[in-house]
Design a protein around this ligand. Structure first.
Ligand code: 13P
Length: 339
């Protein structure tokens, strides 16, 4: 483990004004996104869409790193491998390394993320392909009687083992324990579960000797459940989020890069701005998937009645502008100083 490389990469990922684009949707998830625009996901359509994002001129002002899917890291843009292409723009390539969340036996409604088997070998390969950082996502569901301590512990243990394996190869781990927005719970319940989850995650990270200065945390914000009748305001979300993190996230962690988790692009931008207004001992940045991509995807996928125009030159340009505009807004939200 080279601590200098890890610390340097982590710092670059949360450099002032910058954050991460999560473009690592699995084959199943990208099909879900494409369903909305009537497109079939194939390696070619996936690359056409993602190339539109990555070749956006000026995007490197706001994006420090891109999380890639296994398929994408092996593809090429403009004669370069995707990681080489991103590096040529000053963007760090990353890779999703988990194998998805699967039912936890004996715990009907809960999941554990798998993918530790042979992870060391996979990381060696990804490193050779150019990956500088990695992501592993655990999901924690809120409901009656859940989450259980067992589900949190199983996921936290896997996150810590994953993070240690990454650091062994000088790859910065993004540790993502996502407390899901699904449900009708209030922010207080989300706060309680987020605090409990992060507490156990950091206990496991410590146990497995993960270098906190050489990792990033990718959490949910403390927010109302999607189906809750009343939705918390940005200021309330920010207050509860920062308060919770101050209790359980060690200040050695250089950055917190939030996921958007189903918030609209505007909500994810507004909430990040409110969080930065309060501030904390860490960089408070973004690793958004949907919130950064939604508008660009919809613009890219303009249809006429008779003929699909996906990929046509005029759509690419307007989609890139939509992507750049949103990235600029999110970057501005992340750059607000504490008031
Ligand atoms: P969302 O911002 O769409 O939640 O995606 C971020 C991510 O990478 C989830 O693992």
């Amino acid at each position: 483990m080279n601590q200098t490389i890890l610390i340097d990469t982590a710092k670059k990922l949360v450099a002032p004004g910058k954050g991460i684009l999560a473009a690592d949707e699995s084959s199943k998830t990208i099909q879900k996104r494409f369903d909305k625009i009537g497109l079939t996901s194939t390696p070619e359509t996936n690359l056409a869409y993602r190339s539109m994002l990555f070749t956006t001129s000026g995007i490197e002002q706001y994006i420090s790193g891109v999380i890639l899917y296994e398929e994408t890291i092996r593809q090429s843009i403009e004669g370069k491998s995707v990681p080489q292409y991103l590096e040529s723009k000053g963007i760090l390539p990353g890779i999703k390394v988990d194998k998805g969340a699967w039912r936890l036996p004996n715990f009907e409604r809960e999941k554990v993320t798998e993918g530790l088997d042979e992870l060391r070998d996979r990381l060696t390969e990804y490193k050779n392909l150019g990956a500088k950082f990695a992501k592993w996502r655990a999901v924690i569901a809120i409901g009656e009687g859940i989450p259980t301590e067992a589900a949190i512990l199983a996921n936290a243990h896997a996150l810590a083992r994953y993070a240690a394996l990454c650091q062994e190869q000088d790859i910065v781990p993004i540790v993502e324990p996502e407390v899901l927005m699904d449900g009708g719970h209030d922010p207080a319940r989300c706060q309680e579960v987020t605090e409990q989850t992060l507490k156990i995650v950091f206990e496991q990270l410590k146990l497995y000797k993960v270098l906190l200065e050489g990792m990033l945390l990718k959490p949910n914000m403390v927010i109302s459940g999607k189906e809750a009748a009343t939705q918390a305001l940005a200021e309330e979300i920010a207050q509860a989020t920062v308060e919770t993190f101050k209790k359980v996230v060690p200040f050695e962690v250089p950055g917190i890069v939030f996921l958007s988790g189903g918030q609209t692009p505007d909500q994810a931008t507004e909430n990040l701005a409110a969080i930065n207004k309060i501030g904390g001992p860490w960089q408070l940045s973004y690793s958004y998937g949907r919130a950064l991509q939604e508008e660009a995807l919809n613009t890219w996928a303009c249809f006429t009645d008779s003929a699909r125009r996906v990929g046509k030159e005029e759509n690419i340009k307007t989609a890139q502008q939509a992507f750049l505009d949103r990235a600029q807004k999110v970057s501005a939200a992340r750059s607000i100083n504490p008031s």
